[in-house]
Design a protein around this ligand. Structure first.
Ligand code: NAD
Length: 293
């Protein structure tokens, strides 16, 4: 048996095509969907994420308003900027790229974004809406993973999904999304406090690895035929590469090919979906609707 390779670029392109059409229709009505992206500091990974988001927005025909601030910017200044973007009717979505400089309170920054413009879905209001099954913005990575599973016709309802990682941006929203009635999965969340995650992953129909640990999921941890979604985006030093590093996920990709039923590419799996779902959320914000999971 050889795993079906899940190509996120293909699924993301389908979503982006729909968003492009919605954007064109909005523009005909005089509305230009606009995302304000705030980047504080020079974190290289953040700069690269912001660049790929900018490219995707431009390709779709949306306006990208990028605001770069020095890492020394005060929290009060950043909150003031968010308040002015909240009040700007031409701005439909606001994204504050994380991680933030150390002197800032992450939760306070995320929650300063008006929930109607919170296209990243990281505010307390958005997290609450997701957990309670109410309409609201769903973070791009978990939402994108659901789209990938559906596009590859991987059953979700009634299946056991094991998530490795409990972060507020991936693991927790992923779990909250999958247990909603629309998706109806049974979910187990493993984290650094789980003594032996393999006990759970071996029972999983779907494994979602979001721990940020290269090669964490090995063949002996996977039930034959299970779907493996690798969220990990780890920079591993590699002198043979021009950039001095290579990107790898949280799974032993080669080792899983013969056991998994499906496996995502890294890069080119979950990453492009995160960006595609962000553009969908911006279109939703401009139309004042919420696409259901
Ligand atoms: P994080 O560091 O905030 O959280 C990692 C989580 O993994 C923690 O909750 C921790 O408890 C858990 N964990 C650590 N070691 C573990 C282990 N051995 N077993 C089980 N759980 C373990 O990370 P994050 O922000 O959620 O990101 C996770 C990974 O996903 C990173 O590599 C990140 O770069 C990547 N990421 C990718 C995308 C994308 O679009 N592809 C988006 C967001 C994050």
């Amino acid at each position: 048996m050889s795993a079906i390779i899940i190509d996120g670029k293909i699924t993301a392109a389908k979503i982006q095509e729909k968003v492009r059409k919605r954007t064109a229709a909005l523009k005909e009505k005089g509305i230009v969907p606009c995302l304000a992206v705030i980047l504080a500091g020079e974190d290289p990974a953040s700069v690269s994420y912001v660049t790929s988001k900018k490219k995707a927005l431009e390709e779709i025909g949306m306006e990208d308003r990028e605001i770069r601030l020095p890492g020394s910017v005060s929290e009060a200044e950043l909150l003031g900027l968010i308040a002015s973007l909240n009040a700007d009717p031409k701005v439909h979505g606001i994204l504050v790229q994380h991680p933030f400089p150390r002197h800032m309170d992450e939760e306070r920054i995320f929650s300063a974004v008006n929930p109607d413009k919170d296209v990243d879905g990281f505010s307390l209001a958005s997290a609450g809406n997701l957990a309670l099954g109410r309409p609201g913005f769903i973070p791009g990575t978990p939402f994108g993973i659901v789209h990938l599973l559906r596009d590859y016709q991987i059953p979700i309802a009634g299946r056991h999904v094991v998530i490795l990682g409990r972060s507020n941006i991936v693991g927790k929203p992923m779990a909250n999304l999958l247990v909603r009635r629309e998706l109806n999965a049974t979910v187990t969340v493993c984290h650094t406090g789980t003594p032996d995650p393999a006990v759970f992953t071996r029972q999983a129909d779907i494994i979602i690895a979001a721990a940020g640990k290269p090669g964490l999921v090995t063949a002996d941890m996977v039930k034959p035929g299970a779907a493996v979604i690798d969220v990990g985006m780890n920079r591993v030093p590699d002198a043979s590469k021009k950039k001095g590093y290579r990107l790898c996920g949280d799974t032993d990709y080669e080792g899983l090919l013969e056991i998994a039923g499906w496996i995502t590419k890294v890069p080119g799996g979950v990453g492009p979906m995160t960006v595609a779902m962000l553009t969908q959320n911006v279109a939703d914000a401009a139309e004042d609707i919420h696409t259901l999971p």
